[in-house]
Design a protein around this ligand. Structure first.
Ligand SMILES: NC(=O)c1ccc[n+]([C@@H]2O[C@H](COP(=O)([O-])OP(=O)(O)OC[C@H]3O[C@@H](n4cnc5c(N)ncnc54)[C@H](O)[C@@H]3O)[C@@H](O)[C@H]2O)c1
Length: 246
């Protein structure tokens, strides 16, 4: 199928590499205008260039999505320049692995703030416009670690479990408003990105025998949720894993 996202503006956080980049390129190929968000414009521009070189449309916005003032500024800039966001992918995230008792409180806070608070802030910025227009689609990137806590990653697992429950709670809340806005999450197992390849948990996960997905496969799952192929699906968790244990 072609042009499944024609005419849509898709904002993707953490769009400079990995899963965010994969989703951006995939969505652009289906006709969406891509609004890439990241902490450094220099990291986003090459992705925008790649999309444009393939005939797509892309714009870049600088913001640390864990910071309320920066997200407020981002929303103002995006809405002024592009009018609306039809699809929001809350993808930006970090992982810091270490035994729980060795983790400084600051690291715990950094993980929670980047992985969960950012989802709340960016959703709060763009959901009102979706409700007003009676159309919108939000996809939150969780993790397999949200469903079965990953040893050595207590904070990361907890932050992603929070993303899943936020998705379910808000999805049900928004459904009651009958404004045609859907909110779902994807919980992938390992995906071949910098985050996974540099992970201290990499060997553990590989020894457990799980499949490592490509960013393109991950982007297909996101396209399913972003498109009418998943119409009616709301408050759900799409699990992208080859088997069901660590
Ligand atoms: N790779 C995996 O195995 C895997 C598995 C499950 C879930 N995930 C999740 O998928 C998402 C993407 O992961 P990835 O593997 O592509 O990681 P990655 O490290 O390759 O990319 C993460 C992106 O998020 C951006 N980012 C981080 N903090 C940010 C902030 N405060 N503001 C704006 N941008 C920020 C980074 O700059 C980068 O562009 C993350 O939420 C991650 O937790 C990844």
């Amino acid at each position: 199928m072609e042009n499944m996202l024609q005419g849509k503006n898709a904002l993707i956080t953490g769009g400079s590499r990995g899963i965010g980049k994969g989703i951006a390129v995939k969505f652009a190929g289906q006709g969406a205008k891509i609004l890439l968000v990241g902490r450094k414009l220099s990291g986003l521009e090459p992705v925008a260039e790649e999309i444009r070189a393939q005939g797509g449309q892309a714009a870049c916005f600088q913001a640390d999505v864990s910071q309320a003032d920066q997200v407020e500024k981002l929303a103002k800039e995006v809405l002024e320049a592009h009018g609306q966001v039809d699809i929001l992918v809350n993808n930006a995230g970090i992982s810091r692995e270490m035994p729980f008792l060795e983790m400084p409180i600051e690291t715990f806070d950094e993980i929670m703030t980047t992985n969960m608070r950012s989802v709340m802030l960016v959703t709060r910025a763009f959901l009102p416009g979706m409700l007003e227009r009676k159309a919108g689609n939000i996809i939150n990137i969780g993790s397999g670690a949200a469903l079965r806590g990953l040893p050595g990653s207590a904070a990361y697992s907890a932050s992603k479990a929070a993303v899943v429950c936020f998705t379910q709670a808000l999805g049900d809340e928004v459904r009651k408003l009958e404004q045609n806005v859907r909110i779902n999450a994807i919980c992938p197992g390992p995906v071949d990105t910098e985050l996974f390849q540099k992970s201290e948990r990499r060997e553990f996960i590989l020894q457990a025998g799980g499949d490592v997905f490509s960013t393109d496969t991950m982007a297909d799952a996101a396209l399913f949720l972003a498109s009418d192929m998943s119409k009616g699906m709301n408050s759900q968790v799409l699990v992208l894993r080859g088997f069901n244990r660590w």
